[in-house]
Design a protein around this ligand. Structure first.
Ligand code: ATP
Ligand code: MG
Length: 200
């Protein structure tokens, strides 16, 4: 257990917050996932939501599985990020069903197999739930450090797309103030098991 938060250095911050979430027990992870579904339902108007991207939890990330099940049950299309085979460092978002054939990517994370037919354009996605290592209440996000989400989501800012970005996180991932750079794409909201932070 680290007792003090390191200064504003990205790698040190990542190490600290990754360790925090990895210490959560399996029971805590399960209850956090259920609570997050409730926070999501209480705070997001699903009336016009047709397509939502999630991720498969890795490294102690908050598990969106209960939220994915909810969407499947309510005919909301679910997408998952897949490493873009054509553009290094980018992701594509691919349709995901319980029956989707999966493969393991270079990071050991399962992903649906992308094809011309199942990739959904960023502009056609209503909500993207992103994993994160740490967040602050201004909507700043620290990821795992690959820049994948930042590169992929840059067109949302450039083209002013309607796609909303929501970070999913455990409460222990909340940081006082994160260092940010020009390429970092901020979040519109963050959902934790106990709180919904809407960024003005
Ligand atoms: N739009 C972009 N174009 C080119 N390079 C980028 C872009 N966005 C980020 N990068 C590069 O990616 C690297 C990692 O970025 P950063 O530290 O913000 O990762 P992260 O936000 O933690 O990762 P992720 O986006 O995968 O969650 C940076 O050093 C930066 O050079
Ligand atoms: Mg970033």
């Amino acid at each position: 257990m680290i007792n003090s938060i390191p200064k504003n250095h990205r790698q040190e911050l990542r190490q600290f917050y990754r360790q925090q979430r990895k210490q959560l027990t399996a029971e805590k992870q399960q209850s956090a996932a259920q609570m997050c579904l409730q926070v999501f339902l209480q705070n997001i108007d699903l009336t016009h939501i047709k397509t939502v991207a999630y991720y498969l939890a890795n490294d102690g990330e908050l598990d969106p599985q209960a939220m994915i099940q909810f969407c499947w049950q309510h005919n909301i299309q679910v997408l998952l990020p897949v490493l873009d085979p054509k553009r290094k460092g980018h992701l594509v978002f691919v349709n995901y069903q319980a029956s989707s054939p999966m493969q393991t990517n270079i990071y050991g994370i399962a992903e649906p197999i992308a094809s011309e037919q199942n990739i959904v354009e960023l502009a056609d996605i209503d909500l993207i739930f992103t994993p994160l290592v740490a967040f602050d209440i201004k909507g700043n996000r620290l990821g795992m450090g690959g820049g994948y989400y930042d590169r992929t989501l840059a067109p949302i800012r450039q083209k002013q797309l309607k796609t909303q970005l929501i970070g999913l996180a455990h409460d222990c991932q909340k940081s006082e103030k994160l260092p940010i750079d020009g390429w970092d794409i901020p979040l519109n909201a963050i959902t934790t098991p106990t709180q919904f932070f809407k960024i003005a």
